[in-house]
Each structure stands twice: as C-alpha cells, then as structure tokens.
Design a protein around this ligand. Structure first.
Ligand SMILES: Nc1ncnc2c1ncn2[C@@H]1O[C@H](COP(=O)(O)OP(=O)(O)OP(=O)(O)O)[C@@H](O)[C@H]1O
Length: 321
C-alpha cells in the first residue's frame, strides 16, 4: 500500500458486541488518500461503510469498539491515540468534518438556520461577529438564498435545501477533509445532481478533500475520482473510478455495476445481484459469486495488485504484480 502524508488508514477493524456475539463490521481495512481527492466508498447496506467513517471521526460508541491494532494517521496526527478532548478541540470540524445522511434530520427544527452556525462556532470559541460573514459566504457557496434561508427554520426547507445547509455548516471551520455519508441518498435524481455539482465545485474552489460514501454506483461514478468497493467489512477492489467502471475486476464490483442501468446503457443488461449472506469461510462473496472456485470456499483471499488496481480475489492470484 502506498503511504500518504494526508490520510492513512492502517489495519482498521471495528466490531460490535451484541449479546454474546461479535459482529465484525470493518475488517482489516487499509487505504490512503491524497489531499484534494474525492474518494468514493461504495458497497451495499451492511458492508461497513458508515462504521469505517465513524471510526475516522472517533464516533464509534459501545457496543462498538475499534481493534487496538488499528491506526488512522491524518497529517501526522495519530487520531485513535489522541485524548478525546484534544480530538474534539483540534480535529473535529477544524480538520475533519462530517455531512450525515439526508434522511437523518440532523438539523434542530427549533433553531433558525443561522443559529446552527453560531452554535457550532461557539463550541469552538469563535465569536458571532466572526461567523456571520462566513455563514453568509457559505450559504451562497451552496447556492441558497441567504436572506430567506438564514432566518428560516429547518422544517420550512426542502430536503435538498437542508442538505445544502449541512454542507455549508460542515465547511464553517474550513476543514481539510469532509466525510459525507449517503449525503444525497433519498433525494430525487435532479436534486442529487445539483448537490453533487456543488460538492465538486467546493472541492475545486476550496481544495477540500472528500470521502463520499454511497450505495449508489452512479452517484459514486459521478462524484469521485478513485473508489473503494466494500463487501462484508472488507475492501474488495480499489482503483480509479473510470477503470473500475470500464473493467471491474472483482466479481462483486462487476455485479454491482451490472445491477444498474445508467452505466452500461440498455435495460436488457441490468442484472440483479444474486442474493445470499456473506460466507463465514473462505471468500465472503463465494456464496453469490458467478466465478466461484474451490479455493474460494476454503481460503480467504488477500488483496492482489493488478497494475494500479487492488483486488481481493483469487482470480488474480497469478496475474498479480
Ligand atoms: N450500533 C450497532 N450495533 C450493532 N451492530 C451494528 C451497529 N452499527 C452497525 N452495526 C452492524 O455493522 C455492520 C456494518 O454496518 P454499517 O452501518 O457500517 O454498514 P453500511 O455499509 O454503512 O450500511 P448502511 O448504509 O445500511 O448503514 C452491519 O452488520 C450492521 O448491522
């Protein structure tokens, strides 16, 4: 794995202890990210995307726990070994911020939009005077009508407008990385595109790096330049978006891409992914894979490097270089 001075996630494993069993939600995840990049994280529900995001944000709460061998380095800071109070003071919002799912209603309906900005600034010791101008600038950046929206209550806004307020809010303290978790899911397609264009614009104008988590492959394809494909808590493929879309190597990436009409054109080609639970033994995808081999049922594949692509599949064991 290449190293990076910006973000480096090493051996990240996160589990939830439920009754007497441990659900391994994220398993030995390794990846790096460069400054200015938009990194897409794609995978179906339950693949561990949100858990991975929460680990970077130090937001894993019991019954969840991070394996002590995990390491997350951000610009030279070892995030998991920082004191929680230091993390909140030095990293959260200032270096790394977060945009939650559109369906989560994260804004407080009893507070005007502008007060959300004051509240966030206040908790970081920034005064009301300093923040007003910045809030106006950011609301304009996300193409909201400042006069109307700043004094509105969240319940008076549409879903797409609320999501743009959250994006503006995430930029308040000028972070270098924003983690967006299903930030446009549940919005209609036209609103999705409008917001994705705003996010691209922010990335270009401000140079903010973005981890964009989604279960919708067309969304990941549109927004990101590089992509991690997750299945059952693991990264199964990693590479440049256009290369994965053109020639997916992992059978799961291939199935995901073939399951939507937008990418491969005609509806005749659309094929739902075979159902099934991840296998406990061997490759987790062996129960659903149309290229399954004997070895896949007994051994767990490592990540093989195929040119500049990483792929966790025995099909590439001999082709790896
Ligand atoms: N608080 C929790 N307690 C117990 N198990 C959890 C908890 N949160 C997540 N999990 C489990 O961890 C696994 C990964 O879930 P996670 O939410 O990270 O996946 P995801 O890919 O983000 O899916 P989704 O988009 O549906 O949230 C799942 O098996 C899920 O049931």
């Amino acid at each position: 794995m290449a190293s990076s001075d910006f973000l480096e996630v090493k051996n990240l494993s996160v589990s939830y202890r439920v009754y007497n069993t441990e659900i391994k939600a994220v398993k030995n995840v390794n990846f790096t990210m460069e400054k200015g990049e938009i990194l897409g994280v794609i995978g179906e529900s339950g693949s561990g995307k949100s858990t991975m995001a929460k680990a970077i944000l130090r937001a894993i709460k019991p019954p969840g726990f991070i394996d002590p061998s995990s390491k997350i380095m951000f610009k030279g800071k070892d995030l998991l070994s920082m004191k929680e109070s230091d993390f909140k003071k030095e990293v959260l919002w200032k270096l790394i911020s977060y945009v939650p799912q559109a369906s989560q209603n994260s804004l407080n309906n009893t507070m005007r939009v502008i007060d959300h900005f004051y509240d966030t600034a206040y908790s970081h010791g920034v005064s009301k005077e300093e923040v007003t101008e910045r809030a106006i600038e950011l609301l304009k950046l996300v193409k909201l009508d400042v006069d109307r929206v700043a004094k509105a209550y969240p319940f008076q806004l549409s879903g797409g407008m609320k999501q743009r307020v959250l994006i503006a809010l995430s930029l308040l303290l000028n972070p270098e990385l924003i983690i967006m978790d299903e930030a446009v899911s549940s919005l209609d397609v036209a609103t999705q595109k409008y917001i994705l264009d705003i996010i691209k614009d922010i990335n270009k104008k401000l140079g903010t790096s973005i981890i964009f988590i989604t279960h919708e492959i067309p969304v990941a394809a549109y927004i990101s330049t590089r992509m991690l494909v997750m299945y059952a808590g693991e990264i199964v493929e990693e590479g440049k978006v256009e290369e994965i879309l053109k020639n997916p190597l992992h059978p799961y990436s291939n199935a995901l891409i073939n399951s939507v009409p937008l990418i491969r054109g005609s509806m005749e080609r659309v094929k739902p992914i075979k159902e099934g639970l991840p296998s406990e033994k061997g490759c987790p995808f062996n129960t659903r894979c149309d290229k399954v081999m004997e070895i896949c049922k007994v051994e767990h594949p490592e990540i093989y490097q195929v040119n500049d692509r990483g792929v966790r599949c025995f099909l590439y064991a001999n082709k790896a270089k």
